[in-house]
Design a protein around this ligand. Sequence first.
Ligand code: ADP
Length: 493
Amino acid sequence: MRKFFGRLNNIFFKVFGAISGLTIFFALLLGIVFIRLYTTASQRSRQEQLCHVSEQLATRLGDTFQFGDDEEVLEFLQIFNSFESAELWFVNVNSDIDVDSVLPGISMEIPTNQEEFLDVIEKTYEGKQIASVFYSEIHMATSIVVGTPVRGVGDRMVGVLVSIETLEDLDDAITGIGRMIFVSAVLALLVSGLIAFMFARRITEPIRQMRLMTRDMMDGNYKLKTGIKRTDEIGEMAQSIDMLSDKLLENEEERKNMEQMRLEFFANVSHELRTPITVVRAYAESLVDGVLTTKEQQEDYYGRILRECSNMERLVGDLLTLSKMQNPNFRIEKELVSLTQILEDAVGGVGAIAAEKGISISPSGQFDEPCMVMGDYGRLRQMFMVVFDNALKFSPQGSTIHVDVKCSGGIEVTIRDEGVGIAPEELPNIFEKFYKSRLLDNEKGSGLGLAIAKYICEKHNGTVRVESEVGKGTSFTFTFGTVASAEPEKEEE
Ligand code: ADP
């Protein structure tokens, strides 16, 4: 039972129910109104006709009773009798009149004592024509009964002419009309079933498709599309589902990429750490085994162990910084700082190495102005240090590193070296983690510096771009907004 009602609860049956209900309602309404109008109109016209003919006949009859047979009355009677469903009675109220001269077609006695007939006759006695419609028991049909006074000499009532016309044919017509309405309603029901079916299909088919697709999406298949191209609400919904599947596919791919990057990152970290650990272990073993006899040799090995350890320390430090920067919740503490002061500090920090390599650092532009930004002094210094370190590492002796500052409107800092340069195919990768040059000069490089520098720059709402030409040099340009445009946040890590 429940299952049956469950089935009826689908869209097809709902639409079918609504359309067929409406059809039946209107068919009934139209049928009733039409039958009523038709019955009233035809009854009225037949009653009027019967009254009119009866009136004329009564006048003729009056004459006949007065002056003897009249040709015309016979003619009238003939016409009257030609109506199949009509009948005439004459009720004599004046014994002076010889009604024995039976007129053909007129019954001289009342063959019923049905109250309604007697009522009509009685009322007609009062001298006026009376018309009434009721069910005649002797005719076994609804009938129009007209009582007409018949007047003789001096306008005296001599009798009542009762004309009866049964409405059997009208009943038949009504039955016919009812049957026609019934057939039309059945046809309309069939048509409405067809319309409901097509309409419901137009709604349910795309819904079914969308349901199948969302099930697929639940199973992790995001490549399917609904394929529904419509401009109505269903089309909009299908479009949203298609967009959702696109988004989920994008997210899935992003997740896979992230997973791949994470795996690569761990492989790189392990690799970067394993190499110095192996080296340190080898040196330590040599020292423990007593292979190294001279004090100089032993000191040399201790020195190497120390260098490897500081390299590892730097690498681990970089990794820590990087993991902090990658955390979306990480916020740097910002305060009003002078970018040129930070640059000066960074130049001072690499001054010794630059001097050692005979490389000069030449400032230009608005280097003497404060160029204030909202930022973290230490992090910004670290960012510039990465670029200076690289510039020194990849520049020949005696070359120059140019530091140009512009701070009108936004702030732009360009650090340009005259070093080996970067091949165009390598340029897009240099900000990637662990991407590093295989040059001998870069043995100690971890490939994390520029990745960290870029993160720091972005955390300050800045951008960094690189231009380079192999053999001629490389320039890094950092751009920051003005103090006003920088968010004056002071958030905790
Ligand atoms: P690292 O310097 O530790 O190798 P970075 O992330 O700082 O790592 O730099 C990545 C790579 O970008 C370098 O190994 C090098 O190949 C290239 N690079 C960066 N700066 C320069 C530069 N000024 N001149 C030439 N190549 C550079």
